[in-house]
Design a binder for this molecule. Structure first.
Ligand SMILES: Cc1cc2nc3c(=O)[nH]c(=O)nc-3n(C[C@H](O)[C@H](O)[C@H](O)COP(=O)(O)OP(=O)(O)OC[C@H]3O[C@@H](n4cnc5c(N)ncnc54)[C@H](O)[C@@H]3O)c2cc1C
Length: 822
């Protein structure tokens, strides 16, 4: 009977922990349990007294605040202050910039699915849709990627003019300043469509609408700066670029050596207070054609002309192209995607103080300004262009896998190709849902710091996987470059998106979880702030409150993780949809597990977690996969739960969860403390690893969906350019696909007759002619077969060139001189 009492108390504690009740509720429930069982007289008196006394002691300590502060919180606070990670000023700025949205729910271990459900699924306005159907469609009709990438190494003058006239560079600039004032969703849709045709044009449009002079002026510019520059930027009269990166400062952008000294200089006979700038920037997109160059530099005032602070910190200034001392115009060549990109240098270049973005008041605030704006641009530019590229690859590869036949079969029927097709379809589904969710967050007024890092990393990685698979499926057709090739430039250019806006390895290892954990955690940041409070009384009061809430939170997550692991998510509160409830349950389980493992990692590793990139990257993978799965479920619900799309959702979901399981398991298996390793394994994986990667049958189903025109396929690739009038290879193929499918039974009939020796002939044309003569196919059928044959030959064709035409141009002069000297 003593065991009965102990089990009852354990059960009460587990239930309280699972639902995260308050300490008082737990105390009352436990006391009630002891009283009720004690009243039955079934429990031996001695046991009752011992257990009751122990409980009373614990209950008193944890409920009587002065006691618990003295006995528990104060010693813990002492230890905590010792372990507290150093947070630099720049890290603090990064942590303060940005809001926490749905990712906070996932991180906290008990996602409230009603919040996700309530999030609106926004639509484009009539005006935005008209822009997509009008100017964007018109632009796509004229773009010739091969000419841009191989012949001109630039957009042609007509395209530049068209972009400026139609204010493509002013999508984020409000109408009052002459811009288009588009929503983030519309901005996403425009980039998505352009990138499905030409990555160079998409990059050219993306940059002025992302982090740079336009956005910085919008948020921090003085009224005068806004009035002067924003209308000019919107009309394309000014082409902006922004220079942060230099030869020694890449990922570690705060280490820029570029500097500006506050000084006086005579301009037109008048003494002007300004800055003497020295900088050396590289990789700057649009720099070679830019007229307005944003520069980040460290500002110094050694002569105290502005005040008594000598090192004012990172500041941002706008430098007009004609400024004396500015060296700009030469170009880099980013992996055969020749969008305008190059170095910018300044030697003792003078600009007046009002060139500072935001004026003198914003001197030294440059890093904060950049970090605050970064999340918005990062949530849109690369996720949208990657989505456009991925969807285009899905459309093209699905069609090509059906049209291209080897061994008398469409290659898409081979299981090896099916695997690639399923991955492509899942990536198109996931990446689109992900980029839509982050763009929506921006439209809802968030600064989605963590989701934008998730979207940047995963959308570009999915694009990389997709283009690799698409290239494999296309074989030689993908490899041979020329106007007919629609994949090669994507394959070459994908590392650009991996590198820019936070290189991917760093984004995964340092940013997603590294910043996400502190930012999304409901207590850690607050505890760190509390530990730094100067007033000792206030410090312990605040810390004590937080600590006990934190302990309750950790216990809740441990219990939820174990119970949901043991019950396969059965007790999680999830939406009641027959098809998807199981997905929500799995997500709830992994959310609790992520929370618990994160807490244990932070508790045991403290500040060292920053250096433990293996742990932080893998926990980041789990958070990312949970976020992507939520985005996919949101998409599925909002699109009216289309039954035909279920297979793609299932494939993408199971892959993401399988990957989360692998990541969590790797964290646990490599956890530095072996006792913790054992405990974590028990709590998180009580039955071992149960998640499975998508099965072969599902893979087959998904692959087939990509090869036949259908509503599902249309939804999957919605938003890419498919107008056949453009004569683009993918659009032509899309038009041919139904005809090819329609002709397949006739082809089989012809093949069968050939196998049985009923028709003769060496060439295909001779065989068809004989089949027609022997009435094996009718005249009408023969015409269909001929037409399809012609279409297929056109689709599988590749380009060839005169040797002279392949010469890209003259060698740089310096190289010629060296050769001549030799
Ligand atoms: C085509 C192109 C366009 C660009 N446009 C602009 C622009 O318009 N304006 C501008 O200012 N900059 C621009 N950049 C610069 C871009 O943002 C940087 O290239 C990027 O920040 C990385 O710097 P890096 O290339 O020097 O690489 P490095 O910083 O040398 O990084 C090399 C590798 O180390 C990894 N790494 C670095 N630190 C860590 C860490 N702590 N943990 C784990 N891994 C780490 C990185 O992920 C990367 O894989 C552009 C770059 C390119 C290539």
């Amino acid at each position: 009977m003593t065991w009965l009492l102990l089990l009852t108390l354990l059960g009460i504690s587990l239930v309280c922990a699972f639902y995260g009740t308050s300490l008082l509720t737990w105390t009352i429930a436990m006391a009630a349990g002891i009283v009720v069982l004690g009243a039955t007289n079934a429990i031996p008196l001695l046991s009752l007294v011992v257990i009751g006394a122990l409980f009373a002691a614990v209950a008193l300590v944890v409920n009587v605040r002065p006691w618990r502060q003295q006995l528990i919180s104060a010693p813990f606070l002492k230890q905590f202050r010792r372990m507290l990670p150093e947070i630099s000023e720049t890290e603090q700025v990064a942590l303060d910039a940005g809001t926490v949205g749905w990712e906070g729910e996932l991180f906290a271990g008990k996602p409230d699915w009603k919040i996700l459900k309530k999030q609106p699924y926004l639509a484009l306005t009539v005006e935005e849709q008209a822009f997509l159907d009008g100017p964007v469609e018109k632009l796509c009709l004229t773009l010739k990627s091969w000419e841009i990438t191989h012949i001109d190494a630039d957009l042609n003058p007509e395209t530049w003019a068209f972009l400026k006239e139609n204010r493509f560079f002013g999508m984020i600039i409000p109408k009052e300043y002459g811009g288009l004032g588009f929503s983030a969703l519309a901005h996403r849709a425009v980039l998505q469509k352009i990138s499905s045709v030409c990555a160079v044009t998409a990059s050219t449009v993306a940059v002025p609408n992302s982090l740079g002079p336009g956005e910085l002026l919008l948020h921090y510019g003085t009224e005068e700066q806004k009035k002067h520059y924003l209308p000019r930027l919107a009309r394309g009269e000014e082409i902006p670029c922004f220079g942060l990166t230099g030869p020694t400062a890449g990922s570690d952008a705060t280490s820029i050596p570029d500097y500006g000294i506050v000084c006086k200089q005579k301009v037109d006979g008048k003494e002007v207070l300004g800055l003497r700038l020295n900088f050396d920037k590289r990789y700057i997109t649009l720099a070679p054609v830019a007229t307005l160059i944003g520069i980040a530099f460290r500002m110094y005032d050694p002569d105290g002309l502005l005040g008594d602070k000598e090192d004012l910190g990172i500041s941002l200034a706008l430098v007009p192209r004609e400024t004396e001392g500015l060296e700009v115009g030469r170009r880099h060549m980013p992996v055969n995607l020749p969008f305008q990109n190059g170095p910018v240098r300044g030697k003792d270049l003078f600009v007046p103080l009002d060139s500072l973005i935001g004026g003198v008041e914003m001197a030294g605030q440059g890093w904060r300004m950049l970090v605050e704006c970064l999340s918005v641009g990062r949530a849109i530019s690369l996720p949208s262009t990657s989505t456009g590229g991925t969807k285009m690859a899905a459309l093209a590869t699905g069609a090509y896998a059906r049209i291209r036949k080897q061994f008398n079969m469409p290659i898409g029927r081979f299981e090896g190709i099916e695997s690639a097709l399923a991955r492509i379809a899942a990536n198109a589904y996931a990446t689109s849902a992900l980029s839509r969710m982050t763009a929506t967050a921006v439209d809802l007024g968030e600064k989605p710091a963590v989701p934008s890092a998730i979207a940047k990393y995963h959308a570009t990685e999915m694009a990389r996987e997709t283009v690799r698979d698409a290239m494999d499926v296309h074989g030689g057709k993908g490899v041979i470059l020329g106007p007919r090739n629609y994949l090669g430039r994507g394959w070459q250019g994908v590392p650009v998106s991996i590198t820019v806006e936070g290189a991917n390895i760093m984004t995964r290892n340092l940013m997603i979880f590294g910043q996400g954990a502190i930012r999304c955690h409901p207590y850690v940041l607050k505890e760190m702030q509390a530990a730094r409070i100067d007033d000792a009384g206030k410090r312990i009061d605040t810390f004590d409150n937080l600590l006990f809430s934190h302990v309750g939170y950790s216990v809740r997550n441990a219990v939820r993780s174990l119970v949901l692991g043991l019950s396969f998510g059965r007790f999680a509160t999830v939406p009641h949809d027959r098809k998807t409830a199981k997905y929500y349950k799995i997500l709830s389980r992994y959310s609790a597990a992520l929370s618990f493992v994160s807490d244990i990692s932070m508790l045991t590793l403290g500040g060292k977690l920053k250096q433990k990139e293996h742990i932080s990257a893998r926990l980041g993978d789990v958070l990312s996969n949970l976020y992507i799965c939520s985005a996919m479920l949101k998409r599925y619900e909002s699109e009216g739960r289309p039954a035909a799309d279920q297979a793609i959702l299932a494939w993408a979901f199971h892959r993401a969860i399988y990957n989360s399981q692998v990541a969590l398991r790797k964290v646990i298996d490599n956890f530095p403390n072996r006792y913790m390793r054992f405990m974590l394994r028990f709590v998180v994986f009580p039955f071992g690893r149960r998640e499975k990667a998508p099965g072969d049958r599902l893979t087959h189903k998904v692959a087939q969906l990509l090869m036949v025109p259908s509503d599902t396929r249309n939804r999957l690739t919605h938003g890419v350019f498919t107008n056949p009038a453009a004569g683009h290879a993918v659009c032509t193929m899309e038009e041919a696909l139904p005809k090819v499918i329609h002709a397949e039974p006739l082809e089989r009939k012809l093949l069968k007759a050939l196998k049985h020796g009923e028709i003769e002939g060496i060439t295909w044309e001779e065989q068809l002619k004989d089949a027609l003569a022997k009435s094996i196919v009718s005249k009408e059928e023969a015409e269909i077969l001929s037409e399809v044959r012609e279409l297929v030959m056109e689709i599988i064709a590749v380009d060839d060139f005169d040797s002279e035409d392949l010469k890209a141009g003259r060698r740089p002069k310096a190289q010629l001189d060296t050769q001549h000297a030799a």
